[in-house]
Design a protein around this ligand. Structure first.
Ligand code: FEC
Length: 309
């Protein structure tokens, strides 16, 4: 008999329409409404990337690609994985999706967050929300906590960087800087809990360095909030100015590999803000495509699932 196991894919979520921006932003701020100026600023950033973010559609496609790859992997005989999507800041919220799993008779599920590195404040918080609800119904969850070390994940980014390098003259490779980045987080939270997140990002950069012919690689942080307290630094824009000042790099390749899709934080914070700095210092801006549903990326998650289930 075939057993049905849930595949709970969790992601950040994005407004579906303009009127969703305010409640979405309020949810991100844990129930505190943004001021009109903050709301206008966020709305203007969405407008700059075309009105809304493409993230909602990408999350669905990534979930579908993952469940198909898992069901076709041949790793699990007599098991059919059923996809459920649960979002952090907009419907379908994680808790409501777990309720739906229970209604569908699911008693066991694998959880995957569409973010490759573990922090108590990102993956940890998704997992906690899913588990608290699942415990109410006696659903057993198996968590994928990270997949940044999976060889296929490293291969994906190395391949993309090497593709960019094919378009940069070889004699300019030593004047090329790779900026590896992830979403910043408040420094105090990270230090107090000895969180593995910063080291996991640095390790990703070291693993990629083994597969690319570049001398210059730096780790930076992006998309920090304005809380008046320090966030993980250096910010990618400051880093670009500083590195250009020291090395005079002609090319900057940005790999925001803490994310897995093209969305506001990449399309605005990299493609607009970092490009502005590159233009200002007279360097070329490059940003390879994000993983989306690339088979190497989906394969990396399948391989990690096979380690935990
Ligand atoms: O395309 C889209 O519409 C959504 C893109 C989006 C992704 C994303 C991922 C992460 N965030 C993380 C942490 C924080 C912390 C705060 C915070 C604030 C925002 C705001 C927007 C936003 N984030 Fe986000 N994040 C995305 C979007 N994020 C919009 C609010 C306005 C702004 O600050 O720009 C600060 C919360 C606070 O004020 O208290 C902290 C982390 C990730 C990567 C992991 C993940 O995907 O879950 C970490 C995508």
């Amino acid at each position: 008999m075939t057993k049905t196991v849930g595949l709970l894919v969790m992601a950040y979520g994005t407004p579906y329409k303009k009127s969703d921006i305010e409640p979405y932003y309020t949810d991100i701020r844990r129930g505190r409404k943004p001021s009109q100026a903050e709301l206008d600023d966020l709305t203007q950033r969405y407008e700059a990337i075309g009105g809304l973010s493409p993230l909602a559609g990408t999350t669905e496609r990534q979930g579908e690609a993952l469940v198909n790859a898992l069901n076709e992997s041949g790793l699990y005989k007599d098991t059919e994985f059923k996809l459920y999507i649960g979002l952090k800041h907009i419907h379908p919220f994680i808790e409501d999706t777990v309720i739906q799993m229970h209604k569908d008779g699911i008693t066991e599920a694998i959880t995957v967050v569409l973010a490759p590195h573990y922090s108590k404040f990102s993956i940890g918080s998704y997992n906690k929300r899913a588990k608290e609800k699942a415990d109410e119904f006696g659903i057993t969850l198996h968590h994928v906590n990270s997949y940044f070390e999976q060889p296929k994940f490293i291969d994906y980014w190395s391949m993309r960087i090497n593709e960019v390098l094919e378009n940069i003259p070889v004699d300019e490779h030593d004047d090329t800087m790779l900026v590896v980045s992830a979403h910043s987080l408040p420094e105090r939270m990270i230090l107090e809990s000895n969180d593995p997140y910063p080291e996991q990002i640095s390790k990703t950069a070291r693993l990629i360095a083994e597969h690319i012919p570049l001398k210059h690689i730096s780790v930076g942080w992006q998309s920090a909030g304005n809380t008046g307290t320090p966030w993980l630094a250096p910010d990618v824009q400051d880093l670009t100015r500083e590195l250009h000042g020291i090395l005079g790099s002609k090319h900057f390749i940005y790999t925001p590999l803490g994310f897995v899709a093209e969305h506001l934080e990449v399309l605005y914070d990299n493609d607009y803000e970092c490009k502005v700095v590159c233009d200002e210092v007279g360097a070329m801006y490059h940003r390879p495509p994000m993983p989306d549903t690339h088979p190497l990326f989906i394969g990396a998650i399948v391989d990690e699932i096979s380690n935990i289930y």
